[in-house]
Design a binder for this molecule. Structure first.
Ligand code: GLA
Length: 731
């Protein structure tokens, strides 16, 4: 049983294959956090808690004269604002009379088989063999106005614990939620490092490691999307932890909107981590009987370093978060029209590209931005989701039919959430865009954001998308979102509910994506937000792949995909081979290397195949065959980071290993080519020590490859890459 309740000591122990998480209801009804880490005997870990008379840290009234008991110092499971705990808080409410402070006490709990789900929100789900259980612990506030239901999904065989929180208003008056975290963990002892993933447009998920220092270190987004700037995923590790050793904890938020994640080191050197909806654009009103569900967070522990921690997320997200026909099926190798022709196309030009693409072995032709409304630049047309037949020179069906006749599938780009002011939609419904009364809206890429918290707006756009999808054979849809949200005010909500707009927007987005996936179960959806501006676990519930970045330079991509790999599987990371010199950086990178990098993702091309040489065409044909050959190993194998490209190694490497250790693919890119230099020796991972492996016909013991290493060929050309196939030798 993955959830054990020790009635004598009132201790809850949650166990996964390798981790253990523990809480205890103490004699005052306070839910204390006692342990999170390596799995062991389910013993009461509250012996680790120290009680002391802490100056300027008060005592709850119901502990009487006991000055040793302070919520400001105790490790708590779900701290609340106004309880005498002055650290970063998980929950802040305001009662109808304007008061804010309260305390939470245990009421009851429930343990059940299977994993809970959340209404209208993405959540990890059960599958045969995950051995999932749910624990719900209910706390109540001092005034007995509301319940806090803490949800725990213990997914034993995935080695992962999910969290969510439901606040239920039991009283007659409205209750305002001002801040709600989905996860909070107090680490009483130890020094930690915080690992986060910052970025900007064209440089997403850049890895950063910093020691947790006294005070609060926070990352987040108030952009209405999870953002390019900070990813809603972070790690907390021991100071010594490396890719292969040490205690590592992961915290991932299944949410695509504003978020706040923080690590707070307090006066007693305890570290509290929190992650939830960002409070800046959030104030939610609950009437009697209303429940608010906080988005899910997924936490995992590895006692064997960061690679092992990442592999937990890779497996869980690939198999128990992503959904749909393409969850694990091989995705078609695509050619996207964007960097090849941008807005400058008609059907003839597209067909010329498509014919060449088909000869290369491309399986899906994706028509990007520019096929609809009055759209020859990004200044107009967004919102008018009807085919621009004048521009194309034919209908979408004709185009799609011709592409299918070449043996390829057909896909199309949409940006459903936005509108240009120069569009029929905006001229007809100016109030459908998010705007603050009396203030001109902030423009971004000449576009405004439609109010997706409104059902009527969503219904209209959904209807238009369906009309297009039903008009031709379309197997793929790229769902883009090309700006940050500002002017958060919904024309439909009353004043006291305006603070709900940003969250309702995300619920509206999820609602529409749910309807779309239900109506078109075989449609492959790729998420996108100016590249990876909404690359999060929430979106992955609807779109099993997300365009990683608008930066297609393979060398820049090494860092972007390296950062992405910490929290997300290879099968989710959209990656394409594009033209050189690269559109974003002007860099020249060998075609082989561009493909090697794109193969550590969904793999496709984004160029005009009419503009490549005959030699390159032959190379591409070979690449496509190679990707098909290694597909299972790449997508289903264990992924190992071997070096950090931002540490300026001369050779950067990563590796895919079959789960049983019988096969591996070592991928290397030379970042700094030097003549007369010593050879790079790369140590492999994940092999079986006592087995013999073959590389280019030469035999090596697994232990030699892992502990001695493998000598990488000396690179002679800048950014040269090497793919080294390792197979177990069987007599
Ligand atoms: C965004 C996407 C690109 C492309 C353009 C089209 O920037 O990330 O891939 O689709 O929009 O306008």
């Amino acid at each position: 049983m993955a959830i054990i309740f020790d009635q004598v000591n009132s201790v809850f122990t949650l166990q996964t294959s390798h981790s253990m998480y523990q809480m205890k209801v103490d004699e005052h009804g306070v839910l204390l956090h006692t342990y999170y880490g390596r799995k062991g005997i389910p013993f009461d870990y509250s012996y680790l808690i120290t009680y002391a008379d802490h100056g300027f840290s008060g005592n709850p009234y119901d502990v009487g004269d006991n000055r040793l008991y302070s919520l400001d110092a105790l490790p708590q499971e779900y701290p609340v604002y106004g309880s005498g705990d002055y650290r970063s808080t998980a929950l802040k409410v305001q009662y109808a009379d304007g008061a804010g402070g309260c305390e939470l006490r245990y009421v009851r709990h429930e343990i059940r088989e299977g994993k809970y789900s959340l209404p209208g929100l993405p959540a990890l789900y059960d599958s045969p063999g995950t051995a999932a259980h749910t624990l719900v612990i209910t706390l109540e506030d001092s005034r007995k106005v509301f319940y806090v239901h803490l949800y725990y999904g213990v997914m034993e065989n995935l080695d992962l614990i999910t969290r969510s929180v439901c606040v239920e208003n039991r009283g007659g008056d409205p209750l305002y939620l001002e801040q709600i975290s989905s996860v909070c963990v107090d680490f009483q002892h130890g020094d930690y490092d915080l690992h986060t993933f910052w970025g900007r447009h064209l440089k997403e998920r850049t890895y950063q490691r910093t020691p947790v220092t006294y005070g609060t270190q926070a990352i987040g987004s108030t952009r209405g999307a999870s953002s390019h700037q900070h990813n809603p995923f972070f790690l907390l590790t021991s100071r010594q932890a490396s890719e292969d050793t040490g205690d590592c904890y992961g915290f991932s938020f299944l949410y695509s909107g504003d978020f706040l994640a923080a690590a707070h080191k307090d006066q007693y050197s305890q570290t509290r981590v929190l992650m939830g909806i960002h409070p800046d654009n959030f104030r939610y009103c609950l009437y009697k009987g209303d429940c608010f569900y906080a988005p899910e967070a997924a936490m995992a522990y590895s006692g064997q370093g960061m690679n092992a921690l990442s592999q937990i997320y890779h497996k869980a997200y690939r198999h128990n978060l992503c959904r749909g026909a393409y969850k694990t099926a091989r995705r078609p190798i695509l050619l996207n029209s964007w960097e090849g022709v941008y807005f400058d196309f008609n059907a003839e030009k597209l067909m010329n590209m498509a014919r060449k693409a088909a000869q290369l072995g491309i399986e899906l032709f994706v028509l990007d931005d520019g096929w609809f409304g009055k759209r020859s630049q990004d200044i107009s047309g967004l919102g008018d989701w009807y085919v621009n037949e004048n521009k194309l020179g034919c209908g979408l069906k004709e185009l799609s039919d011709e592409i299918h006749a070449l043996g390829m599938q057909f896909g199309i780009w949409f940006e459903p959430e936005c509108v240009n002011e120069d569009s029929d939609l905006y001229r007809e419904h100016p109030d459908w865009a998010l705007k603050v009364p009396g203030k001109a809206p902030t423009r971004s890429r000449y576009q405004l954001v439609l109010d997706f918290s409104r059902e009527d707006v969503r219904e209209h756009i959904f209807g238009k998308i369906c009309q297009v999808l039903d008009s031709a054979q379309i197997e793929y849809l790229k769902w883009d979102f090309n700006r940050s949200i500002s002017d958060i005010y919904s024309a439909k909500l009353p004043p006291k509910r305006q603070g709900e707009t940003a969250h309702r927007y995300i619920l509206g987005l999820y609602d529409m994506l749910e309807k779309l996936t239900a109506r078109y179960p075989n449609l492959l959806l790729e998420g996108c937000s100016g590249g990876g501006g909404r690359f999060d676990a929430g979106m992955l519930y609807y779109t099993p792949q997300i365009w990683c970045s608008d930066d297609t330079d393979a060398i820049e991509r090494l860092s972007i995909q390296y950062g992405t790999s910490f929290g997300y599987p290879i099968s989710t990371a959209g990656a394409h081979v594009s033209h050189c010199p690269n559109e974003q950086t002007g860099r020249m990178v060998p075609l082989e290397t561009r493909a090697a990098v794109a193969m550590a993702g969904t793999f496709g091309y984004e160029l005009d195949p009419g503009k490549i040489t005959k030699t390159d065409r032959l190379v591409i044909q070979k690449q496509i065959k190679e990707f098909q050959k290694y597909y299972d190993l790449i997508q289903d194998g264990l992924y190992y980071r071997l070096t950090n490209p931002d540490d300026y190694p001369s050779y950067h490497g990563w590796e895919f290993v079959k789960e049983d250790g019988s096969e591996a693919l070592l991928c290397i890119v030379a970042l700094h080519v030097q003549p007369n230099a010593s050879r790079c020796c790369m140590k492999l991972k994940g092999l079986k020590e006592d087995k013999i492996y073959l590389i280019d016909g030469v035999k090596y013991p697994g232990s030699a490859l892992m502990h001695g290493g493998y000598l990488i060929p000396h690179a002679k050309v800048e950014y040269e890459s090497f793919r080294i196939h390792v197979t177990e030798w069987v007599e």
